[in-house]
Design a protein around this ligand. Structure first.
Ligand code: SF4
Length: 517
C-alpha cells in the first residue's frame, strides 16, 4: 500500500546533519531543495493499493530515485548502493543518514509501475505545469520540434540468428512437453545456446541450413497454431521468415531476400528495434526520440519514442497535444524540412497550431520541376514556363489512395515547344500531378520567403542543444529493451533537464538553500 514521507522530518535528516557536505549547486542539492514542490506521494497514489500490503517506500522518494538514476545513468544495483552510502543521493532522496538504502529490485518495480500507469508522462507534465503556474511561458508560444536516434538495447542479428532465436522463443512459449518428440528432435539444433556446427563460410552449406531452418519453422508454426500461449512468439517467427526469406523460382528452395524489407525486425531480444537513418549515409538500429521544446524557456513540452524508421512528422501533432494537456497552448511549431509535408502541416493545424518548416524543394531529374509552373489547385489549372495554360484535369490517386488530379498539357503545344527538351522526358505531353495538399504547400512556399518566417526558422537550432543535453543524460542509447521502456528512459531524462531549467528560471519557491551551511 501507499507509503508517505513523514511530514515531521527526522533528526537524522542528512540535510541537517551533513548539509555542508552535499555538492553545492548540483542536481542533488536542487532535488533536495525543490523536489517536494514537484512531486508528492499523493500524486502517484493510483499506482498503489489503498489497503493491501505493507506501506511502500514513499513514491515521491522513488521518483527522486529514478531521476537520480537517470541523471547519473546508474544500473539498479549502483542506484541501490548510492541510496545507501552516498550523501548527495541521501540528501536528494530525503532519506535519513542511517537509512539502509533502496533495494535494486525496487527501482525495477517502480519503472514497471511507471510504465503501467503512464506516470512518466505525468511527471514531465508536472514540470511543464510548474512553468505554467509560474508564468514562464510567453503569450505566444513558439515551440521547436526535432528527433534524435536512440540506439536499441537488443542485439542486432543476421537472418540465421533471428530465425534461431525466434524458433527458441516459440518452443519456450509453447513449452517443450507440449510438442512431439519428433519435432523437438528436429528443432534441437536451434534450441541450443550455440549455432549449428556447420561450415558458415560455405554458401552452399549455409543455403542448406536455411532450408532446414525454414522447414523447422514451418513445422513448428503448424504445431502451435491456435495455441494462445505461443501466439506472440509464433507471430514473430512468421514475420521473420516472411521479411527475410523467399523461394528461389529456379530451384524452389528458400533463399535470403535481396535488399531490406520495409519495417524489418532486426533483433529477437528487442523486436521493436528498426533500421533507422541519421542521414542518407549513416544508419543505426533502434528507436527514435521525438522532442518538443518551448523556445524562450527551453523547457521540454513533450517527448515520444517511435520506431527508428518512423516518420518524424507523425509525432508533431501528438507532441503538441501533450503540451496542451499540461496547459500550454502552442501557437507555432518550428521544425526542419522533414516536418514540411502537407500531412504534418494539416495534423498540426488540427491542434490549433501552425507548422513552420521549409517545404522540400521539388526535383524532376533535370527537367522543369512542378514549382516552375504556376498551379491553381482551386481552378485545376496550370501555366507552364512557356506560357501554355492547361485546365485538362484527370482524376488520379496519391500514394495514400486519396483523390487528386493530374493536369495534362496540350500534346501539340508540347510537341512544337522550343524548350520541350528541358520539360518533357518521354514522347507525350507534360503532365503535372497535384499534391493532395497542393494549396497548403503553395502557401507554405510563399510564407517561407517572408522575413518573419525566416527569422523563426533561424531559431530552430536551439532544440539541437536540447537534444545534445538529453543525449548527455543517456538518451543516446536505450538501457532497456522495448520502445515503451525506452520512452520511460527519455522522459526521465527530459524531467531532469526541465528541473534544471525550472531552477535556473527561478520557478521554485524554495530558492534559499535549505541545507545547513
Ligand atoms: S513542353 Fe509543354 S508544358 Fe513544357 S514548357 Fe513546353 S509547352 Fe509548356
Amino acid at each position: 500500500m501507499l507509503g508517505h514521507v513523514n511530514p515531521q522530518g527526522s533528526l537524522l535528516d542528512p540535510t541537517q546533519l551533513f548539509g555542508h557536505l552535499v555538492t553545492k549547486n548540483s542536481f542533488y542539492e536542487k532535488l533536495a531543495r525543490c523536489g517536494h514542490e514537484l512531486v508528492t506521494d499523493d500524486d502517484f497514489a493510483q499506482m498503489y493499493s489503498k489497503s493491501r500490503g505493507r506501506p511502500s517506500i514513499p513514491p515521491s522518494v522513488m521518483v527522486r530515485g529514478l531521476l537520480l538514476a537517470a541523471k547519473d545513468q546508474t544500473s539498479d544495483r549502483e542506484a541501490a548502493r548510492r541510496s545507501r552510502v552516498d550523501l548527495d543521493w541521501k540528501a536528494a532522496l530525503g532519506l535519513d543518514a542511517d537509512h539502509p538504502g533502496i533495494g535494486a529490485t525496487t527501482f525495477s518495480l517502480m519503472r514497471a509501475r511507471f510504465v503501467l500507469h503512464e506516470a512518466d508522462r505525468k511527471l514531465l507534465a508536472k514540470t511543464v505545469e510548474k512553468a505554467v503556474e509560474r508564468g514562464l511561458f510567453p503569450r505566444q508560444v513558439l515551440a521547436l520540434v526535432d528527433s534524435s536516434p536512440v540506439l536499441g538495447a537488443g542485439a542486432v542479428q543476421d537472418t540465421y540468428d533471428l530465425l534461431r532465436g525466434a524458433i527458441k522463443k516459440v518452443v519456450q512459449a509453447a513449452r517443450e512437453d507440449n510438442l512431439s518428440t519428433k519435432l523437438l528432435r528436429k528443432l534441437g539444433r536451434y534450441t541450443r545456446d550455440t549455432k549449428p556446427a556447420i561450415d558458415w563460410a560455405d554458401p552452399e552449406v549455409r543455403k542448406k541450413e536455411l532450408a532446414r531452418m525454414v522447414e523447422a519453422a514451418r513445422l513448428l508454426l503448424d504445431a502451435v497454431e491456435g495455441r494462445p500461449e505461443a501466439k506472440e512468439a509464433a507471430e514473430l517467427l512468421g514475420a521473420i521468415v516472411a521479411q527475410d526469406v523467399e523461394i528461389d523460382p529456379d530451384t524452389g528452395e528458400p533463399r535470403i531476400k535481396e535488399g531490406t524489407a520495409k519495417d524489418r525486425i532486426v533483433s529477437n531480444t528487442d523486436p521493436e528495434m528498426r533500421h533507422g537513418r541519421k542521414s542518407s549515409s549513416r544508419r543505426y538500429d533502434g528507436h527514435k526520440a521525438h522532442v518538443l521544446e518551448e523556445e524562450s524557456t527551453e523547457i521540454i513540452l513533450g517527448v515520444d519514442v517511435g520506431a527508428g524508421n518512423g516518420k518524424d512528422g507523425d509525432h508533431a501533432a501528438p507532441l503538441i497535444e501533450q503540451a496542451q494537456e499540461a496547459g500550454v497552448a502552442v501557437d507555432e511549431v518550428v521544425g526542419d524540412m522533414v516536418y514540411g509535408d502537407g500531412d504534418t502541416r494539416e495534423a498540426v493545424e488540427q491542434t490549433g497550431a501552425k507548422m513552420i518548416a521549409k517545404v522540400r524543394p521539388a526535383f524532376n531529374s533535370g527537367w522543369y520541376p512542378k514549382t516552375d509552373f504556376l498551379v491553381d489547385p482551386e481552378l485545376l489549372s496550370a501555366t507552364c514556363p512557356a506560357g501554355e495554360v492547361t485546365t485538362d484535369a484527370h482524376p488520379a490517386r496519391d500514394h495514400k489512395g486519396r483523390r487528386t488530379f493530374m493536369l495534362v498539357f496540350d500534346t501539340e503545344a508540347c510537341a512544337s515547344c522550343p524548350v520541350r527538351s528541358e520539360c518533357v522526358k518521354g514522347a507525350g505531353p507534360r503532365t503535372i500531378t497535384l499534391n493532395f495538399h497542393e494549396a497548403r504547400l503553395a502557401q507554405a512556399r510563399e510564407d517561407q520567403e517572408r522575413p518573419s518566417i525566416k527569422a523563426k526558422l533561424r531559431r530552430r537550432p536551439v532544440i539541437e542543444r536540447k537534444i545534445d543535453h538529453l543525449q548527455d543524460l543517456g538518451a543516446r542509447k536505450a538501457r532497456y529493451r522495448g520502445r515503451r521502456k525506452t520512452k520511460l528512459q527519455v522522459l526521465l531524462a527530459a524531467v531532469v533537464a526541465n528541473l534544471g531549467r525550472l531552477d535556473a528560471l527561478g520557478a521554485f519557491e524554495t530558492m534559499e538553500v535549505a541545507l545547513a551551511a
